[in-house]
Design a protein around this ligand. Structure first.
Ligand code: CP
Ligand code: NVA
Length: 306
């Protein structure tokens, strides 16, 4: 793997490797064992959107593994004044060992990667959030023992995280059901490909009650993703019946696991009692971002990677 732009840059063996590696790195972290394979390496991080978890987990991962990370707000770089993506990628490749980018269009990171001579990592685009679902698969394996034949219902907006889960369904035997309002479906191309290639199938439905039946995991995310803020009022209306609340949970199995990539908008896509309740694993999900970022960075930045 040269870059991590999409889940589909990974095959199943690499997915499994990263999950196992994250588990080992988490164990070493708990044991306070020093492990610094990235001594002298520098990760650049370009953010065109806000972030708490992605920024911190990448930065802490680099520091704990002996390297450094540099945060760049794209507005403060020459990119924000019109320097081309190609030139920026070529120049940054002369200073840095890898670059993580959080931006709007997926095409931006794809173009960046075409011109960079260092690994490029997708830290979220409007289309995908691969680092998130990779660490979520790790959380699922940690909690449930395996992802084999797992059923996951994604309730709400057919956004970047939903698209990423559809991609995961084409690589791992995880059945994905999406329940979203009309007009808020996942990306059409990703959806069609998942229809053809998903190992355990995918389903799109309108009724969240139907979607959560017999699933192992209920996953939700904000109704208004970054960049869509001007649609906020409309979305609040459209998504009303897609809230993950205790009533919806009565239609799910008793041991269903609740996941959310965070940040959550309490009282919108999920109620506080569910987010903080016994089914929720959201804080472990957030922590696991750190361990998975380490596994990803190690894979991309050390020579003996897969
Ligand atoms: N889940 C996630 O990517 O969070 P941040 O937006 O805080 O990075
Ligand atoms: N779908 C959300 C995820 C945030 C981590 C967004 O794009 O804003």
């Amino acid at each position: 793997m040269k870059h991590l732009l999409s889940e589909r840059d990974l095959n199943r063996a690499q997915f499994d490797y990263l999950v196992e590696r994250a588990r080992t790195l988490k164990k070493w972290f708990r044991e306070k064992r020093e492990y610094k394979p990235l001594k002298g390496k520098v990760l650049g991080m370009i953010f065109e959107k806000a972030s708490t978890r992605t920024r911190l987990s990448f930065e802490v991962a680099m520091i704990q593994m002996g390297g450094n990370a540099i945060y760049m707000n794209s507005r403060d770089t020459q990119m924000g004044r019109g320097e081309s993506i190609a030139d920026t990628a070529r120049v940054m490749s002369r200073y840095l060992d890898a670059i993580m980018i959080r931006t709007f269009a997926q095409e931006i990171i794809e173009e960046f990667a075409r011109h960079a001579t260092i690994p490029v990592i997708n830290g979220l685009t409007d289309l995908l959030h691969p680092c998130q679902v990779l660490s979520d698969v790790f959380t699922i394996v940690e909690k449930k023992g395996s992802y084999e034949k797992l059923k996951l219902a994604f309730i709400g907006d057919g956004n970047n995280v939903a698209n990423s889960w559809l991609n995961v369904a084409t690589i791992l035997p995880i059945h994905v059901r999406i329940a979203c309002p009309q007009g808020y479906e996942p990306d059409q191309e990703i959806f069609r490909r998942a229809q053809r290639e998903a190992i355990e199938g995918i389903v799109l439905c309108r009724d969240p009650k139907e979607a959560v039946q017999d699933v192992d995991v209920i996953y939700t995310d904000v109704w208004t993703s970054m960049g869509k803020e001007e649609e906020y009022e409309k979305r609040i209306q459209v998504f009303q019946s897609y809230q993950v609340n205790s009533k919806l949970l009565t239609y799910a199995s008793r041991d269903v696991m609740i996941m959310h990539c965070l940040p959550a908008h309490r009282g919108e896509e999920i109620t506080s009692d569910v987010l903080d309740g016994r089914h929720s694993v959201v804080l472990d999900q957030a922590e696991n971002r750190l361990h998975m970022q380490k596994a990803i960075l190690e894979m991309l930045l050390t020579e003996d990677n897969l």
